[in-house]
Design a protein around this ligand. Sequence first.
Ligand code: GDP
Length: 363
Amino acid sequence: MFKLLKDKLKSFFGKSETKEKKTESVKKKSVKEKKTKKKEKNVKEIRKIESLEAEVSNEEIESEIKEEQIEKKGFLSKIVSKFTNTKITKEQVEQIFEELEIVLLESNVALEVVDKIKSNLIEDLIGQEAKSKDIKNKIIESIKKAISDVLIDSPDLIKEIKDKEGTYTILFFGINGTGKTTTIAKIANLLKKNNISCVLAAADTFRAAAIEQLEIHANNLKIPIIKSQYSTDPTSVAFDAKVYSEKNKIKCLLIDTAGRMYTKDNLIKQMEKLIRVIKPDKKIFIGESTAGNDIIDQIKTFNEALGIDGIILSKSDIDEKGGTALSVSYITSKPIYFLGIGQKYEDLKQFNKKEILESLGLD
Ligand code: GDP
């Protein structure tokens, strides 16, 4: 996750390899290139190259190093080196931001979040001593803070479940194919690992395959499942599961609901009824990290129709960009509880702001 964003931020800030390392790598590169050339030429030419090789001066290597250093200095250093005034102006912050904006947008960070980061930077940097020797670090710190400000720390769901007296009920929403069923199974597995008893409710009665799919997971994990026929009223399935949980003192009830967009009136009414009757403790939206800005629209739609409390992002292991995880909480004001990081039951990770900043190379 975050590979693209991390690489781009790195080149924006500029790398700082030691000169020794560079000298070594440039020398190696130079020798390797010549060896390849050797293979391609006949013996006569090899002799020629060898005599030329002897002439490869240290100056040549030095100049190659300098070129690489300029290349790896990064955009930020280039901009800062052009500062001639004493205090940073709004125009200069905008100039710094121009490149950063592209980096963020290319990494799927939503426009609203890009604008928020920009206004944080303007507030933080205008009036700073432009010529001070540590201005570059100050700018980097300010960018880190701006990115950190848009992330929300995730609440401890396991603790919340344990702290509640009686059955804790979680309702899951999400579009088909995004990993909803697998993610519910991952949560069940996590609960088991934490010695929390749980039961699954197959209230996605819209698709026969969804009931079967959830049943396979329940069997694999050896946990009970409450199900009914295809097209049964989902509220009745959820209600049966709630009664079962309370009667059997099950600590957590996980309800799978139909994976459709709730834009049609009858579907909203069906779900509103389920929520009114079951009164879940948590309504969680599961969406694909790889969906980019589409997932933000999906969450907004679900939230307006039914009100959600939190998010789980599946498939973050195959999301190279990472901007969705960065922007979704800020825009929806809902925390990300977990990230799906693979296809196995154990591949679920608690969302941790500090770790995200670390993985971006920002902490
Ligand atoms: P549903 O239709 O939304 O219930 O989706 P499924 O749970 O059936 O998942 C669809 C596909 O996504 C399956 O092949 C899952 O193995 C896969 N999947 C689910 N979560 C993840 C994840 O976090 N990472 C990866 N790489 N694949 C996942």
